[in-house]
Design a protein around this ligand. Structure first.
Ligand code: URC
Length: 295
C-alpha cells in the first residue's frame, strides 16, 4: 500500500524589497531579497484525501512575507528568517515546522564625485548572503548563514599533484595552475530556544558574515594551495576558531577548470607550462569539493 513518507510545501521565489528612509539625513537604505517558505505538519490528508482545509495557501504565505517585512526589521536576514518561520508555527496549530530561506541580493551604494549618494545603488556581483531558518515546534530555531555565488580566481599559487594514479588516470601532476571557484560557504549556529535568543544574537550575525568572507578571500589569495580540499579545510578551521557560537562550517566549491592550449602546431608557438598565457576556460565538467567541519 502507498503512503506519504515525507511532505512539505510552500512558496518559492517571493521577491521583496524594503526601503528605509532616514528623514534626518535624507539617506535611504534598501534591501532586496528572495524568500522561500516551506511548511510541514499535519498535512497528509491534503495529498491523500483532497482535504484542502489543512492547506494554508501558498498565496497566503506570500502575503505573510510582505506583511512581516513591513512590520519587522528585514536585517539581519537571520532575524527576519527566524521571525517569519516562528510566525507560521505559532499561528497554525497543525503546522509543526517552517523553513524560511532568505537570499539577500547586493545593492551597494553609489559614490558620486567620491561621496556616497543618498539613494542610488549598483549590483556589484552575483554574490548573495543566504540564510535558512527552521523553526520546529518544541525544538527551537536552527539557522544556517551562508555566502553564495562569490566567484574568485587566482592566476598562480595553486598546485595539484601526488594524487592517486591508476590505469584510469591521465591528469599530469601540476605544480602551478589557475584556481577558480564559486564559493558557497555556510555556518550553522548553535540552536536558538526561540525568537528572543535570536534577537540577543543580532549583533553577531553581520560580524560572522564579514569574518567568514574575509577568511575565505584572504586564505584563497595568500595560501599556496595544494588542493581545493586542503584550502577549504583551512578556511573552515579559521572560521570555527573566530566564531565560537557556531557548531559547524560547510563549503561547497566547484573547481572551475582552465585548460592550457597547445599551440606548437602553429609555427612552433610556445603556450604550455611556463610559457602558458592563453587558456581555455571550461564551463563543464567541473570538480565539486564539499566538506562540513564540526567541533
Ligand atoms: O584540488 C583538486 N582536487 C581534486 O580532487 C582534483 N581532481 C582533479 O582532477 N583536479 C583536482 N584538484
Amino acid at each position: 500500500m502507498a503512503q506519504v513518507s515525507a511532505a512539505r510545501y510552500g512558496k518559492d521565489n517571493i521577491r521583496v524589497y524594503k526601503v528605509h528612509k532616514d528623514e534626518q539625513t535624507g539617506f535611504q537604505t534598501v534591501v532586496e531579497m528572495t524568500v522561500c517558505v516551506l511548511l510541514k505538519g499535519d498535512i497528509e490528508t491534503s495529498y491523500t484525501k483532497a482535504d484542502n482545509t489543512v492547506v494554508v495557501a501558498t498565496d497566503t504565505m506570500k502575503n505573510t512575507v510582505y506583511i512581516m517585512a513591513k512590520q519587522n526589521p528585514v536585517t539581519p536576514p537571520e532575524l527576519f528568517g527566524a521571525i517569519v518561520a516562528t510566525h507560521f508555527i505559532d499561528t497554525y496549530k497543525h503546522i509543526h515546522e517552517a523553513e524560511v530561506k532568505v537570499k539577500v541580493h547586493r545593492w551597494t551604494r553609489l559614490n558620486v564625485d567620491g561621496k556616497p549618494h543618498p539613494h542610488s545603488f549598483y549590483r556589484d556581483g552575483s554574490e548573495t548572503r543566504n540564510v535558512e531558518a527552521t523553526a520546529i515546534e518544541g525544538k527551537g530555531i536552527s539557522i544556517r548563514s551562508a555566502i553564495a555565488g562569490l566567484l574568485v580566481l587566482k592566476s598562480t599559487g595553486s598546485a595539484f599533484h601526488t594524487f592517486y594514479r591508476d590505469e584510469y588516470t591521465t591528469l599530469p601532476d601540476v605544480y602551478d595552475r589557475i584556481l577558480s571557484t564559486e564559493v558557497d560557504c555556510g555556518w550553522t549556529w548553535n540552536t536558538f530556544s526561540g525568537i528572543g535568543e535570536v534577537e540577543s544574537a543580532v549583533p553577531k550575525f553581520d560580524g560572522a558574515w564579514e569574518t567568514a568572507r574575509k577568511i575565505t578571500l584572504d586564505t584563497f589569495a595568500t595560501e599556496v594551495s595544494p588542493s581545493v580540499q586542503n584550502t577549504l579545510y583551512k578556511m573552515c578551521e579559521q572560521i570555527m576558531a573566530a566564531v565560537p557560537e557556531i557548531g559547524s562550517v560547510d563549503y561547497s566549491l566547484p573547481n572551475k577548470h582552465y585548460f592550457e592550449i597547445d599551440m606548437s602546431w602553429h609555427k612552433g608557438l610556445k603556450n604550455t607550462g611556463k610559457d602558458a598565457e592563453v587558456y581555455a576556460p571550461q564551463s563543464d565538467p567541473n570538480g565539486l569539493i564539499q566538506c562540513t567541519v564540526t567541533r
